[in-house]
Design a protein around this ligand. Structure first.
Ligand SMILES: Nc1nc2c(c(=O)[nH]1)N[C@H]1C(S)=C(S)[C@@H](COP(=O)(O)O)O[C@H]1N2
Ligand SMILES: [Mo]
Length: 321
């Protein structure tokens, strides 16, 4: 984003996979001292956070979404993150989020709705069957992943909230607890993190609230216990650890629009034809594919044109970037 460069490189891309995993075994066996040794003193932070698996989610159904593409490894999905509430570098969220408590949890629903109030996570999970959705994810920084999310359509919560005729947009507000989120104690962004969607984007069946990945509950660093996933938009639209959604009449001023209005627009649709002011968006690097692998051509709407293209018919997507 503002601080990150498109050239961010993961240790697993530099190191041959087998050595990377071997090194993890060494670290596991010998503890912290070995980390420095195994890495030759280089960047121990990336290896310090041992990822402990989360409880399995029972009874979600598989869907036809995704398929074909190779899934990004659990390791990469849970250690290469953007979550500025826990720091600005990719390994920070895994390393710094252990104190964050994703339960008990509820989401406050407010604004232009017939049913304002709070919904507990347990109630939210009953609004629609949980499904696995394998989605391509594309970050504005120029990298991408393929993630098997578990979640439910956002439309289920919208229907529960009974929006009024004035509800044209939805704001999604993330947790901002300075006691458990060290990044929030610094003025990195205008906290709390706020994202927004137009109502028809929010109602699109591709838009989900994710509560898990690889069949397990979300790790804190991925936005536990519930986060937005909008696969045809750049990753930053997917607000994490949501505590509040607000139905509004006017287009929200999102956190990234406020941080860099010339760099980050409201729509943030994946669009290889519209450059970020400081770099091209024509290609992407698939995380885990190796440092020397070819960059992939980025697809319009991240490859979801058929499902979402009509939402933007008649709009000038250079102006509404
Ligand atoms: N609250 C919050 N949500 C956030 C962010 C953040 O910094 N804070 N980063 C965004 C960005 S830029 C990306 S690419 C995705 C990354 O999600 P992942 O780490 O689960 O892959 O989360 C998005 N959601
Ligand atoms: Mo991102």
């Amino acid at each position: 984003m503002l601080i990150c460069k498109p050239s961010d490189i993961k240790p697993s891309d530099i190191t041959p996979q087998n050595i990377f995993h071997r090194r993890r075994e060494i670290i596991k066996a010998a503890g912290l001292g070995a980390i420095m040794l195994a890495n030759g003193g280089f960047s121990p932070a990336a290896f310090a956070a041992e990822i402990v698996h989360k409880p399995k989610i029972p009874g979600f159904r598989k869907t036809s979404h995704g398929g074909g593409e190779k899934l990004t490894s659990y390791e990469d999905i849970t250690t290469y993150n953007n979550f500025y509430e826990f720091g600005t570098s990719k390994e920070n969220p895994a390393a710094n989020s252990a104190l964050f408590k994703p339960s008990p949890w509820s989401i406050t629903v407010e604004g232009e709705v017939g049913k304002p109030g709070k919904i507990a996570l347990e109630e939210l999970l009953k609004l629609a069957p949980l499904e696995e959705r394998i989605y391509r994810m594309r970050c504005v920084e120029g990298w991408s992943m393929v993630i098997p999310w578990v979640g439910l359509p956002l439309s289920a919560l919208i229907k529960w909230a009974k929006p009024t005729g004035n509800a044209k947009f939805i704001e999604f507000i993330s947790a901002a607890d300075p006691n458990t989120m060290p990044g929030v104690r610094a003025p990195l962004l205008d906290w709390p993190y706020l994202e927004g969607l137009r109502m028809d984007e929010a109602m699109n069946p591709l838009t989900i609230l994710a509560v898990g990945l690889y069949g397990e509950q979300l790790q804190n660093q991925n936005g536990a216990p519930v986060r937005l996933v909008v696969p045809w938009k750049y990753g930053f639209k997917g607000g994490k650890s949501l505590v509040r959604i607000r139905f509004v009449e006017k287009m929200p001023q999102t956190t990234w629009m406020r941080a860099g209005p010339t760099e980050y627009g409201f729509y943030a649709n994946v669009n290889p034809e519209v450059e970020h002011p400081r770099w091209s968006q024509a290609t992407e690097r698939r995380i885990g594919s190796g440092l020397f692998s070819r960059r992939l051509p980025t697809q319009m709407f991240n490859g979801y044109s058929e499902q979402v293209g009509q939402l933007y018919s008649g709009m000038d997507l250079r102006k509404h970037f």
